[in-house]
Design a protein around this ligand. Structure first.
Ligand SMILES: Nc1ncnc2c1ncn2[C@@H]1O[C@H](COP(=O)(O)OP(=O)(O)OP(=O)(O)O)[C@@H](O)[C@H]1O
Ligand SMILES: [Mg+2]
Length: 266
């Protein structure tokens, strides 16, 4: 398998500009390195405030690292234009309704990334959007719907459609499925597994659910207070965890009972 993503010594510091301690440096992420092969899925787990979202944002390009770099197919992301990075790495947010524009139809919102990041003409854009709507299990009529006219699972499908419309190599999802009803969450996760098989996309997702992580991921990264304390294949971390926190997170009682596809990466 070829290497898709290489994270080399990235770290993130924030300096408080105001508040009760202006100038104080907060270490959100200590230097860490890991890599991911094409088509693999990585789960990021850890307690609250451990740096999971920070990693997700750095990989998606929503924030810049304070040090180190991220390489995509060997090219440093720091040397890419925003447009280039946008094409290759897309993000799905937690609150799907809020991440969609309430005043613009689904079709227009899905055309937007194509207007700015592709050479497709108007007709070709519409065609691509219809193709993507079908891929995520929506109907051609949904092109003309406004977000509030859709159920929560359908809104999340639109967000997934928006993430994949440019055929990216990586999709990053930061706790994107927690707000969904368990049965809908299972459908969405199964959809992601299908898309991964169909399009060869790598998924990076932050999750607190051991059940989902075991089911979906090829590799797991465990965070604790801004440090990566364990990283490895799902099989290795389940069967031979080195850290107590890994055991706790992966063997915690299942919060969600979801009817996922029967195949597991465990
Ligand atoms: N913009 C910011 N300014 C200052 N500190 C920040 C900023 N963003 C994150 N942090 C700090 O960085 C640390 C890691 O935050 P992060 O959001 O990555 O945690 P997390 O693991 O995603 O937590 P959760 O599970 O609660 O979402 C926290 O201590 C947080 O307060
Ligand atoms: Mg977070």
């Amino acid at each position: 398998m070829s290497k898709l993503l290489e994270v080399k010594d990235i770290c993130k510091y924030y300096v408080h500009k105001d508040g009760w301690m202006p100038g104080k440096r907060v270490v959100a992420l200590e230097p860490l390195s890991f890599s991911l092969n094409r088509g693999e899925t990585l789960a990021i787990m850890g307690e609250t405030g451990s740096g999971k979202s920070t990693i997700a944002k750095l990989i998606a390009g929503a924030e810049r690292p304070s040090g180190g770099d991220i390489f995509l197919n060997g090219q440093a992301m720091s040397s890419m234009s925003d447009q280039q990075r946008c094409r290759h790495v897309r993000m799905i947010f937690q609150d799907s309704l809020r991440s969609l524009n309430p005043q613009i139809t689904v079709g227009k919102q899905l055309c937007e990334p194509l207007i700015f990041n592709s050479q497709l003409n108007h007709e070709e854009q519409k065609q691509r959007v219809h193709e993507v709507l079908r891929k995520v299990g929506l109907l051609p009529d949904h092109f003309h719907f406004y977000p509030h006219m859709l159920a929560s699972g359908q809104q999340q499908r639109v967000c997934i459609a928006r993430a994949i419309v440019l055929e990216p190599q990586i999709v990053v999802a930061d706790e994107a499925f927690v707000a969904l009803d368990p049965s809908i969450r299972a459908q969405i996760i199964n959809l992601i597994l299908d898309l991964q098989e169909d399009m060869g996309i790598s998924f990076i997702f932050v999750s607190h659910s051991a059940e989902i992580v075991k089911h979906v991921s090829d590799k797991i990264l465990i965070m604790h207070r801004g440090k990566m304390i364990e990283f490895g294949t799902t099989k290795a971390l389940i069967n031979h965890p080195e850290e107590q926190l890994t055991k706790t997170l992966l063997h915690s009682e299942h919060k969600y009972k979801v009817p996922l596809h029967s195949t597991t990466k465990e």
